[in-house]
Design a protein around this ligand. Sequence first.
Ligand SMILES: [Zn+2]
Length: 347
Amino acid sequence: MRATVINAPRDIRVEEVPDAAIKESGDAVVRVVLACICGSDLWAYRGESPRQPGQRIGHEFLGVVEETGSEVAGLKAGDLVVAPFVWSDGTCEHCVEGLTTSCPAGGFWGSVGSDGGQGEAVRVPFAEATLVKLPAEAASDERLLTALLSLSDVLGTGHHAAVGAGVKPGSRVAVVGDGAVGLCGVLAARRLGAERIIALGRHTVRTDIARKFGATDIVAERGDAAVEAVRELTGGKGAHAVIEAVGTEQSMRTAVGITRDGGAIGYVGVPHGSGTGLDLGIMFNRNIALRGGVAPVRTYIPELLPDVLDGTIDPSPVFDLTVGLEGVPGGYAAMDDRTALKTLVKL
Ligand SMILES: [Zn+2]
């Protein structure tokens, strides 16, 4: 089969690799129909998170079950399914408590020895616990299928940040980060009943999507000027709930600055760079809470799926470039130079 591998920073190739195959009785093989490229894939692309030459890449996909192992009862060949960005066993203490990302038996697609999502097929361990079945009729609706793909990562991750920030009906929310996750944070905050949603960003393509997703205000400033602007919009106090979806020192510092005393930050940006941008003394004095991390999207899919299916929320506008499998290297380059927000891969 053909799949995407990373050989070195900025060296992404689509190559012939061994077919995905059943290894354990709980496995399934999924033929990928839609995949995409993630902002966090760009850290490997830019050489900021190390990969082994020839390692697979991609962690977001949906597709059709092609084969199942002998112990898989709830899934059969032909089922349309979406996969969260990690697999998990569904039975350990962490999984039972909903934190599938800490499952000791789990793993990330594209980690050494596993298939990546940007390929023709993927071997899925613990298939019944990991995969979520989708209605068969969704397969013929391209916009809906694209929206459903966001359940694999960005929608659940945006939701995780909104939950971590304590968004509830009537909340005043601010969102740091105008990538697909930040934009899905806007959508998640609106879904949870936020009254006011301030999106920080300066690219009209992205801020237009933020408005479409429910943002009531856009702040184009950065750094201290952004803090001032958000405070001005919130009676000098800041936002109750702040979503941080970038992971840099600067973005975390801004997040602290725009949070109202007693408020909370939900952080989902993969931390990178030297410092954290967090000053515990300031957070202590102002009673600012911090909650978040790698998002257990498998836990959120059952809650979010009905709203995507009936169109209450439609995250599909975050995908603004579509390529075939052989076009994946170009899809990375377009996201890297920010001419694309998120690349969809159609197989
Ligand atoms: Zn587990």
